[in-house]
Design a protein around this ligand. Structure first.
Ligand code: GLA
Length: 435
């Protein structure tokens, strides 16, 4: 059932002291984000966008202008997901307030696929009797529906993939009313290796072409769909994802609902900030908030890290049994606002001092003032005072004291200086918005 852990694919997060040079880097990053956003909306690079969105490209809003938010079936239901689970989830996204907090995509992951009919048209299996009716239901709730496939003949859970049926499948998704496609490499990596053994460059070319093929197929349908690449961060996908039309791309192997795995993935995103921006995001995988045995501090750390990373916020818990304290984490408006900030800049690590790390994310701010989210993480096994560490506000571009708000405490702290000390619980975080 899926390929759970792919060891050796992770980019190890170098836990050395590293000070982000925002003051000098910001201009260049802004320019790149602008260019890439142009590409995503079909205004800049002819090689992939022009054929896909031929009309009104300049006026059409950017798909995924902020990191996509929603829910996906895999992390909790995995291979057991049914039509009823999706309907229940849609109902609960509305009832709990999650939809209004921004979680609008309801994404069916692997194991919905049946075979193909005599004309090669993809069928859903017995767990999903009528995909079009399900899409209508989800849409009637003011939500959007996502689906999953693979460029290979088989998906990761060995269900029917799209190989050789790309245009037909995209057309079927459009006919059903699908708004989001997660396209998971899975068995296609075997096709690449068989075709070009021992030639990673040629394999990479095949992979890009496979992703571009589905991008073109989606474009031909005329229906906007968020396009989510899943190939576990291989071959520095962040460098070429936008060129094959990706709105987001997984940067790592699969997450699981434990603190070590979640924090390893989150911390390994250091250095990738420059690749993210409106329309094209790094995806460190879907949320495990509320799953497994994550403690409340660990759940807050998870939500905070993903918000600091401008990561897609795709919840993965069972909403029929969501506890109020988990709902409060997933729906913390200020944490969501950090993730969804209109500047679209991913945060990065400013300091690592053993288990203590400070990350910062530039925010849009208001007229004439600078603003940032600052997270002080404690990945260690005991509560930690900051001792000799300062907040490193200067590296974030602040000249002196700042006005601070503690997000998880829901408390204004007034003016604080660089030497202000926090005590951070084991596996916990203090999240500030400063200006
Ligand atoms: C892979 C992906 C997961 C999930 C499964 C489904 O492992 O990385 O996110 O989609 O496949 O089989």
């Amino acid at each position: 059932m899926g390929m759970r852990v792919r060891s050796g694919m992770l980019k190890a997060g170098g836990l050395v002291l590293f000070v982000a040079g925002w003051a000098v880097g910001a201009g260049a990053q802004g320019a790149q984000a602008g260019a890439a956003a142009g590409a995503a909306s079909g205004t800049a690079t002819p090689h992939h966008a022009a054929a896909v969105r031929p009309t009104a490209a300049a006026t059409r809003p950017v798909t995924a202008a902020t990191p996509p938010m929603g829910w996906n079936s895999w992390n909790y239901f995995a291979g057991k997901v049914t039509d009823k689970d999706i309907r229940d989830t849609a109902d609960l996204l509305v009832e709990t307030g999650m939809r209004d907090a921004g979680y609008v995509y309801v994404n069916i992951d692997d194991t919905w696929e049946g075979g193909r009919d005599a004309n090669g048209k993809i069928q859903s299996n017995e767990k999903f009797p009528d995909m079009k009716a399900l899409a209508d239901y989800v849409h009637s709730k003011g939500l959007k529906l996502g689906i999953y496939s693979s460029p290979g003949a088989k998906t990761c859970a060995r269900f029917e993939g799209s190989l050789g049926h790309e245009e037909q499948d995209a057309a079927t998704y459009a006919e059903w009313g699908i708004d989001y496609l997660k396209y998971d490499l899975c068995s296609y990596s075997g096709v690449m290796r068989a075709q070009f053994p021992n030639d990673p460059a040629a394999q990479n070319k095949m992979m890009r072409e496979a992703y571009e093929k589905m991008h073109q197929a989606i474009g031909k349908t005329g229906r906007p769909m968020v396009y989510s690449l899943c190939q576990y961060g291989w071959d520095s996908v962040w460098e070429w994802g936008p060129q094959v039309g990706a709105n987001l791309w997984r940067t790592t192997g699969d997450i699981s609902a434990n603190f070590d795995r979640m924090s390893l993935i989150g911390r390994s995103q250091a250095g990738l900030a420059k690749y993210a921006g409106p329309g094209h995001w790094n995806d460190p995988d879907m949320l495990e908030v509320g799953n497994g045995r994550l403690t409340l501090d660990e759940n807050r750390t998870h939500m905070t890290l993903w918000a600091m990373l401008a990561a897609p916020l795709i919840a993965g818990n069972n909403l029929t049994e969501m506890k109020p304290e988990i709902a409060a984490i997933l729906m913390n408006k200020e944490a969501i606002a950090i993730d969804q900030d209109a500047l679209g800049k991913q945060g990065d690590r400013v300091l690592a001092d053993g288990p203590l790390e400070i990350w910062a994310k530039p925010l849009k701010g208001g007229a004439g003032h600078k603003s940032a989210a600052v997270a002080i993480f404690n990945f260690g096994e005991t509560a930690s005072e900051m001792r000799k560490d300062s907040l490193h506000l200067k590296e974030m571009g602040f000249a002196g004291a700042v006005t601070a708000r503690d997000v998880w405490a829901g408390k204004d702290l007034g003016r604080i200086g660089d030497d202000y000390k926090f005590t951070v619980p084991r596996h916990g975080v203090v999240l500030l918005v400063v200006r």
